[in-house]
Design a protein around this ligand. Sequence first.
Ligand code: URA
Length: 243
Amino acid sequence: MRLAKYLAHAGVASRRRAELLIAEGRVTVGGEPSIDPARDVDESSGVAVDGKPVAIEEREVWALNKPAGFVSTARDTHGRPTVTELVSSRRRLYPVGRLDADTTGLILLTNDGELAERLTHPRHGVEKVYRAHVEPRPVGEPALRQLRSGVELDDGQSAAARVRQLEPGLLELTLTEGRKRQVRRMCAAVGHRVVALERIAFGPLHIDRLVEDGRRLGEGESRRLTAAEVERLRKPRVDPRRL
Ligand code: URA
């Protein structure tokens, strides 16, 4: 397997981040530095990062109903609580994409760098659905049309999105991109401020259907996805039914 893929599989980092680690000369194979991300390696090759041996570990994917106030990084330099603290896995997991600290709802955590990449890269078109309460209410038809066709943001135009107004001032937006504070910036661009934001679906997973012991995951609760759920996450375009 390619070195960069091997590191991603081992849960060291996403594929892109693994390529950076390799380029930085932090990866050795059999004790020798290797800067070739395409180099063929396996478990017997003696791959190490910063001198620490890398072993392929069992892959896990967890779903968390994120409460407000938690940051979606594995560790926070300002000492704020992180989403990883809400998942009781003994593996080192990292969040799949980001939600703002004040955004609630569905976030996935995994040690599977390949899958994380698949789920977040816009090329794969994985849909994320958000519910946004905005002010002022309601949102007029011209603003809705603009949100649907794409609005000008400081990092470029947003892609086409599905947008419905469920009730005055409550929008449901389906996006395939995951840019920083995207929903908040899109709404601001058409003159509305997001006062509460929840992600309700990620690919085939819907927060209302992620039940455990017959009840919906409450805020702050998480559970490991089953093998069947992970399989459907890997192929969301083939079978778009929500779990
Ligand atoms: N868009 C945002 O503005 N914030 C999030 O947390 C997610 C999507």
